[in-house]
Design a protein around this ligand. Structure first.
Ligand SMILES: Nc1ncnc2c1ncn2[C@@H]1O[C@H](COP(=O)(O)OP(=O)(O)O)[C@@H](O)[C@H]1O
Ligand SMILES: [Mg+2]
Length: 422
């Protein structure tokens, strides 16, 4: 279980994500906020050769045609799953610090109740939008009651029949969280569509398929869909592993590139503790420790950091506390120091040992690009030279493949713009 922290443009994608994907023996999931000349284009061809490639591109960052759909409500048929889904929409919209105030909590509960109402009757997620638009509509309360969720129905009824200002505030907040679904082009990726193959997280776990989850950065965006899909895939993989021998073989690789931007799974720190023993290998890639704290809170980020059995820290760390912490973890070594003293009986020299940091904080902050510290459980800290894909022999194949895939993105973008202009 890996967490990697490196500054932008320091080789996270080219030195970690892409080599890991190219070497993966089993299914691969990738989250990314960049389509052209990045992990998506560099691995598309190679992964197409080993299995089916599934791409969710709701915001069209790769202008990828909609060739599949994923049922976002599949896991929302019980209360825990519905709440988790609502949590993804909240996390995509607000920081951890404001995710627990009254309005956020109330909106999250309401959203969860509406997801549960839709999911338990196999209704599409677009129904939830309709209910959000008209709080007076009794349908979701009736559906919840019908499905036996009496307590949730009563809670929703309480919100709906409460003080108008409060209710409207809660509903407006919930509408903001779910706003990405207002775009039919976005909602279509997660709405049943008979003519297209459905992406199935359970089948994926034992396949050699690849799932590309692409999204733009930024709050309130469709990144909730990306986080929900990544969460569903990892949980399904754990369930499949539990049902089988206990471990996925070959293991599933889940590369959460730019996780703090596009894959804010709130309980990722808890999830980490379930994944390792199940043959599900997560690689969470962040730009800084602080960036992780903004998403998971201080305690959450500490939990994620401790749960990672392999920690990789690369160049561009400009957080003094974090650099000092790492420096202390690397440890001290003894440096001989010679001192000369003069007395009546003459000059005498003595050598004493002085403890000195092996890697002082300023050296941690000045780690050269292309190097990284490796902190692995049970090993002494090591200094690594990263091996970016473009310096490997296979770059002869991967380079042109990535260029071709990037060209295809541009061509789709142009075709689309021309289509609009007509
Ligand atoms: N195909 C390539 N050939 C040569 N250098 C590259 C190539 N791709 C990326 N790089 C170099 O690697 C650096 C890191 O890129 P990247 O891995 O995308 O960074 P990150 O993911 O950390 O933001 C870039 O600044 C660039 O100089
Ligand atoms: Mg990158």
């Amino acid at each position: 279980m890996i967490v990697a922290i490196m500054a932008p443009r320091s080789g996270k994608t080219s030195g970690l994500a892409i080599p890991a994907i190219l070497a993966a023996p089993g299914p691969v999931l990738l989250t990314s906020n960049k389509a052209a000349n990045d992990a998506f284009t560099a691995t598309l061809d190679a992964r197409s050769e080993v299995g089916t490639v599934w791409t969710l591109d709701p915001q069209q960052i790769a202008h990828h045609p909609r060739e599949t759909w994923w049922d976002i409500l599949a896991d929302a048929r019980d209360l825990a799953g519905a709440k988790r889904l609502a949590g993804h929409f909240v996390a995509a919209s607000v920081d951890e610090s404001s995710g627990s105030d009254f309005w956020s909590t109330a909106a999250s509960n309401t959203l969860g109740a509406l997801f549960l109402a839709a999911a338990s009757h196999r209704r599409p997620i677009t129904d939830v939008l309709a209910w959000l638009a008209s709080p007076a509509d009794r349908t979701p309360v009736d559906l919840l009651t019908d499905a036996g969720h009496h307590a949730v129905a009563a809670q929703l009824q309480g919100t709906v029949s409460g003080a108008t200002e409060t209710r409207d505030g809660i509903y407006e907040t919930a509408r903001q969280y779910a706003s990405c679904l207002l775009d039919p082009e976005v909602a279509a990726w997660v709405t049943p569509e008979k003519t297209l193959p459905q992406f199935d997280p359970y089948a994926f776990a034992t396949s050699r398929d690849t799932l590309y989850l692409l999204s733009k950065d930024g709050g309130g965006s469709a990144s909730a869909i990306i986080a929900a899909a990544a969460d569903a895939v990892m949980r399904a993989a754990v369930t499949v592993a539990e049902r089988a021998s206990g471990r996925l073989d070959p293991p599933a690789l889940c590369v959460l590139d730019e996780a703090a931007n596009v894959c804010k799974i709130s309980d990722l720190p808890d999830l980490y503790s379930h994944l390792g023993s199940r043959g599900v290998i997560p690689i969470t890639i962040l730009q800084s420790y602080r960036q992780g704290q903004r998403v998971w809170g201080e305690t959450g980020m500490d939990a994620l950091w401790s749960a990672a059995t392999i920690k990789i820290v690369g160049s561009g760390i400009d957080d003094a506390d974090f650099a000092d912490r790492l420096s202390r973890m690397v440890g001290d070594h003894d440096m001989p120091t010679t001192s000369v003293s003069t007395s009546e009986s003459g000059k005498s020299t003595s050598v004493s040992m002085r403890a000195e940091r092996i890697l002082p904080p300023d050296a941690v902050r000045a780690l050269p690009k292309g190097t990284a510290l490796l902190l692995a459980t049970g090993l002494r800290i090591a200094m690594l030279d990263l091996k970016p894909w473009y310096e490997q022999p296979s770059a002869k194949v991967i380079g042109p493949a990535s260029a071709a895939a990037t060209k295809a993105i541009t061509e789709r973008a142009v075709a689309r713009a021309e289509g609009r202009a007509e």
